[in-house]
Design a protein. Sequence first.
Lengths: 115, 114
Amino acid sequence: DAGITQSPRHKVTETGTPVTLRCHQTENHRYMYWYRQDPGHGLRLIHYSYGVKDTDKGEVSDGYSVSRSKTEDFLLTLESATSSQTSVYFCAISEGQLVAKNIQYFGAGTRLSVL
Amino acid sequence: AQTVTQSQPEMSVQEAETVTLSCTYDTSESDYYLFWYKQPPSRQMILVIRQEAYKQQNATENRFSVNFQKAAKSFSLKISDSQLGDAAMYFCATNGGATNKLIFGTGTLLAVQP
């Protein structure tokens, strides 16, 4: 199994509070991704990173920011959580986009509830 | 833009029987891959099988195989000799472009009846 750790695994917070989710990998993979999973939508990309300090937006990036100061860590921050951000958040990593390297491996997910 | 459509929200199969999950996609990428991921109740996303779009030969992994019809943009998953452990949500996905980001379908929930 790919060495991916998401923390926390569960979190309950209140509307308007900041929240940071952490993804830590031990595989030294270049690419890291944050997805959210909601019923009826599958998984949707929030942000991704293609190297240290190199990040870009995905399809549902509003209300989220990310940072990657080290290869192994990719942080997702909700600056001011809203109820619409209640979801399950997955981190994924991949070695690259070339053949045999483009498989994405997923963490166990973080269930976030915003009350 | 890339889209992935799974038109079967739920499916059911008897243990030891065969079931096929459907997936259609649309992409403007010339070089792309297609994936099936399994998500059991544990919530872990597990790669089941991967298909390279430029390969005509259908991918196979043990009891799992795909029927890839590039012209029709169809990518179905066949599970043979279904087992109770196959019960899960199955997601079809495609990637493409320099970022390798995945576009997922909405999933098919597979139940396996003993």
